[in-house]
Design a protein around this ligand. Structure first.
Ligand SMILES: [Zn+2]
Length: 148
């Protein structure tokens, strides 16, 4: 796999314990975000150091589609979200990753739609909250009939 030693996502995939990883495929890693306190906020990261899918293979592009569907279903089952936001910017870390964020009815109106970009990144979830939500997500995944 292509890695960049200066890249935060490549480094994290190499070094860090897998506590926040929900699932992995040949091409992608799905983990719970540590950037906010939103339960079920997942990030899909490519295993290879690519900027976006234009640098991906045909297989990566195809598998991304079915993985995104699976991740969105997982989030909906966990949170009952009315909307699920997805976006990829690649500005802070130029390694392909997609934010997949549940928008539940408890999210204040101010943060809905494009307002989600203003949602505070601190505080993140506490470690025990993170473990609990990851455990729930893995359980749903294990017992879910929809796998790609
Ligand atoms: Zn990278």
């Amino acid at each position: 796999m292509t890695k960049d030693t200066q890249c935060l996502i490549c480094k994290r995939q190499e070094d860090e314990p897998e506590r926040d990883i929900i699932l992995t495929t040949d091409a992608f890693v799905v983990r719970h975000s540590r950037e906010t306190n939103i339960f079920g906020y997942l990030v899909i990261e490519s295993r290879r150091h690519i900027l976006d899918l234009t640098e991906g293979t045909e297989e990566e592009a195809v598998s991304y589609g079915s993985l995104l569907k699976q991740v969105m279903s997982l989030i909906r089952k966990l949170t009952g979200a009315e909307r699920i936001y997805t976006f990829s910017l690649g500005e802070a870390v130029p390694h392909f990753h997609v934010h997949v964020i549940p928008r539940t009815d408890s999210l204040p109106r101010y943060y809905r739609g494009r307002g989600i970009m203003s949602y505070p990144v601190e505080p993140g979830l506490k470690e025990e909250q993170m473990e609990e939500v990851c455990k729930s997500l893995r359980y749903i995944l294990k017992t879910s009939p929809t796998k790609p």
